[in-house]
Design a protein around this ligand. Structure first.
Ligand code: ASP
Length: 429
């Protein structure tokens, strides 16, 4: 009962945050109030969730793997997760390409709008390019695999961007523990189990703050966005981009309302509404924070408690998914490639569009679960298929809004994978 009320309170917090931002913008209240008093509250909530992500993944993975005792089960779960992630990412990219070819949002952009967007955001793209591009293109095709193993085990634990390394090292440590005599293994497992229990209790405490945290995150974000956009004619620019925004949101809805329910129906006996009800606290956190990593602890707790996913599956499949499985981001990147090409009058052959699907799938793996991280990877993606990276300037204005939406789709896909794999495993037993 208490939990249900909390979820409603979080929804209420989000709603009140939007209302507060609207009133504040309408009355032209100073932005400094939002920046000085609201934003820090949102940041405290956001950081509290990020703070527990690594210890949670580390402790729960070690305990789960070392308790499974059957290493074939671990590789079976890994195989299923890979299949789910690869197929949903590819399908999402194809949906993105298909819907953009259908709607042709790029053709709504006049030459004048294109010029003003390039002038407005060109500088930001150049900065992104200068800071990130050389680093990204110097890496060879196998670079991704070299990043899986950290140089220093403890370093990996100190940065949320290293979540994948934490997953790999925890799995290895869990498997290694299975080779240790029972008498020595048991106290180690008890220790990590205790840590896991404490972190879970901490997450429940943090979630009590969620209504206020979500209110502060949404209100300060909207007020700041409105402030950045005043006086530079961006509202007209946004209007010109409505076709693009509608295409991305339409594509995300196709994934959430068609693809996911279909997968759920084929592979599980869970109703879609029940699934959404089970994970919606995590979706609310993802929406208000634009961060899959921040939503991870809530997602793990939600699928375990509400959808009966065993901890041994959620602790492995979800951290992996949050790092490599980004269906919303894959769709968004595919839409951008075709949209920018349309707006710049570049013809994309069928072969190039197939290459885009493949490159999007690879590129979305490299996107970190933090706000706006897809932008950098998309810049490299555009260049990899011969579209000028400067075209990214066309889509920067509505990016934060779309980031909120695609992050929800990203973590919903991860939750779905956990539920599907859990039910398949039950059938295997
Ligand atoms: N913000 C997204 C996430 O955390 C990543 C992105 O698409 O930029 O899942």
């Amino acid at each position: 009962m208490k939990k249900n009320t909390l979820h409603l309170q979080i929804l209420g917090g989000m709603f009140l945050g939007c209302i507060f931002a609207l009133i504040s913008v309408k009355l032209a209240l100073p932005t400094s109030f939002a920046v000085n008093y609201l934003k820090p509250i949102g940041t405290i909530f956001f950081n509290s969730l990020k703070m527990v992500a690594i210890p949670l993944v580390f402790a729960s993975l070690i305990v789960s793997i070392a308790s499974i005792q059957d290493t074939t089960k671990i590789s079976r779960i890994g195989r299923k997760a890979f299949l789910m992630y690869a197929s949903t990412t590819l399908i999402s990219a194809i949906i993105g390409i298909g819907i953009t070819n259908l709607v042709k949002p790029g053709s709504f952009i006049s030459t004048q709008t294109r010029a003003s967007l390039l002038a407005l955001y060109g500088h930001t793209v150049t900065q992104l390019e200068v800071h990130n591009h050389p680093k990204l293109v110097e890496n060879g095709p196998l670079h991704f695999f070299t990043t899986l193993i950290p140089e220093n085990f403890f370093n990996a634990l100190t940065n949320n961007l290293n979540l994948l390394q934490v997953v790999v090292t925890s799995v290895l440590l869990g498997i290694a523990l299975l080779k240790v005599p029972h008498k020595k293994r048991q106290p180690v497992l008890m220790f990590f189990d205790g840590i896991y229990e404490a972190i879970t209790a901490l997450i429940r405490m943090i979630m009590q703050l969620a209504p206020v945290g979500v209110f502060a995150l949404i209100a300060s974000l909207l007020i700041e966005l409105a402030d950045h956009q005043s006086g530079v004619g961006v509202s007209e620019v946004l209007y010109a981009l409505l076709g693009y925004v509608a295409t991305v949101i339409g594509g995300l809805l196709v994934i959430v309302l068609l693809l996911y329910p279909m997968i759920l129906r084929v592979f599980t006996n869970i109703r879609f509404i029940a699934f959404l009800k089970g994970i919606y606290p995590a979706q609310l956190v993802a929406f208000s924070s634009s961060s899959s990593s921040a939503a991870l602890p809530v997602l793990m707790e939600s699928v375990e408690k509400n959808l009966d996913v065993p901890e041994e599956i959620s602790s492995f499949v979800l951290p992996l998914g949050v790092t490599v499985n980004m269906n919303g981001t894959a769709l968004y990147q595919a839409v951008i490639c075709v949209f920018v090409a349309q707006a710049m009058g570049i013809e994309l052959s069928l072969t190039t569009q197939c290459v885009i699907v493949g490159n999007v799938a690879l590129s979305s793996i490299g996107v970190a679960g933090v706000p706006g991280s897809a932008l950098v990877m998309t810049m490299v993606l555009l260049q990899s298929v011969g579209i000028p990276a400067a075209g990214l300037a066309l889509v920067l204005a509505p990016d934060r809004l779309l980031d909120m939406c695609r992050t929800v789709v990203n973590i919903t896909g991860d939750g779905l994978a956990a539920v599907v794999i859990a039910q398949k495993e039950v059938k295997n037993c």
